[in-house]
Design a protein around this ligand. Sequence first.
Ligand code: PMP
Length: 375
Amino acid sequence: VATPNLRLTGPTPLPPQVREAQTRQMVSHRSAEFRALLSSVLARLAPLFGTADPVVAFTASGTGGMEASVLNCVRPGGRVLAVSIGHFGERFAQIARIWGAAVETWDVGWGSAADPDELARRIRAAGRLDAVLVTHNEGSTGVLNPLGPIAAAVRSETDALLIVDAVSSVGATEVRMDDWGIDVVVTASQKALMSPPGLALVAVGDRAGAVARSNPAPRFYFDFARMIAAARDGMTAYTPAVSVVYALDAALRIIEAEGAAAVFDRHRRHAAACRARGQKAGLRPCAPALHASPSVTAFALPAGIRAADVRQRLQAEHGVVVSQGRGSWKDSVIRVGHMGWTAADELDAAMDALGEVVGELGAGVDVASPLEANL
Ligand code: PMP
């Protein structure tokens, strides 16, 4: 079977060096050798978060990191403003609600970015807040929130902690946690970091660390203070996903060799190319151009064409694997991933195939108003 052209929103394809690194033999995760490796990986991740604060690694997917942030940074009954621009924003709000926080959700609407001025107004109207939850790159819609201005709005209006889900943005675009005044940034190994799933990577700022230390809320595995203390010694509190640490080391070497700025540029170029090709094929990007995600492009399909059919034919006939929409967009939206290890010719091939499949499926369908009906 030919290697599939994996254009998912995650997990993303592994470069050969990363594939090889993760097959290495186990070592003791308390050995000097592993401690040196983990310390190096966590220190080299920090610039991608734009922070001098500690980055810790929980063995979990990104959602585990989101939950950990809430458990540590929000007291039960604490007041939270959740800014939701799509599926993953709704998930963050749900985590906080289930945790017992008093959550107010600002539903910005799927396909839009949050407007910083409107956010400032909502924060003023909300009164005292303990935390604001924001998604940087909304994978369900392909919208990149303007995180710098959003953080500035939060910082100008409240002392609440700003907790950011950057699962599909760290490594794909600039994140400046310290400069922008963000307290917690969460990402995961299997997205732009080109590694297998298995590690939730969380940068914890001073203020968040202080809240965590004094927060009486029950938690054990996901305790920030214990993890930060362990990380100081090059360790995790519990057995980590050792192979994923090997993989991240190799992936970071690739990113370092290319240079972060060049990596981000490449992501922007791929996103623009993907969007343009999709539009040429009669697909409507769900995100406005100004807020187009560097890591995933979501397209509304012409009315009458089902996303499941497109996905299935792309895979069976072209070896191209894409993601479907989430939630109410499941049947009408296709999402194409272009984060991490993406070659321009692979992306072009995937978009050619997508155009072909949509053309074939659309042939029998009345597409008098193809761009309107699906959203
Ligand atoms: N948040 C965002 C913005 C994401 O893109 C994703 C993954 N698609 C998640 C959270 C969930 O991450 P995971 O599947 O690693 O738990």
